[in-house]
Design a protein around this ligand. Structure first.
Ligand SMILES: [Zn+2]
Length: 101
């Protein structure tokens, strides 16, 4: 995935009357049958009239925020920190290597 695709999949924009807020996906119990997806607001709110490109930049910046995103040691792509497992690899890489074994 490109960074833009990762940002699109794992961050979202919440628009309120006060402004636009970038939120990062947080997955609870990622390896269970019933993972729970929640969203956490990151950083300061963008103005209601923020330009699309500024909103996009804010989303990409969130991918660099170590509180919410980590790099997978295997595919080297940013994933929500909750999807990076103890091995340092992301959930997708882990399930892939399991499928191959
Ligand atoms: Zn990976």
């Amino acid at each position: 995935m490109t960074e833009a695709e990762i940002a699109k999949k794992y961050t979202r924009i919440v628009k309120t009357s006060l402004g636009q807020w970038v939120q990062a996906m947080v997955v609870k119990k990622p390896m269970s049958d019933t993972p729970e997806i929640t969203w956490k607001g990151v950083g300061r709110m963008l103005p209601v009239r923020a330009l699309d490109e500024n909103v996009e930049m804010a989303r990409l910046a969130v991918l660099k925020d170590r509180r919410f995103f980590r790099l997978c040691e295997k595919c080297n792509e940013a994933r929500p920190a909750s999807l990076i497992l103890d091995s340092g690899a992301c959930q997708e890489c882990v399930s892939e290597s399991k499928a191959m074994a």
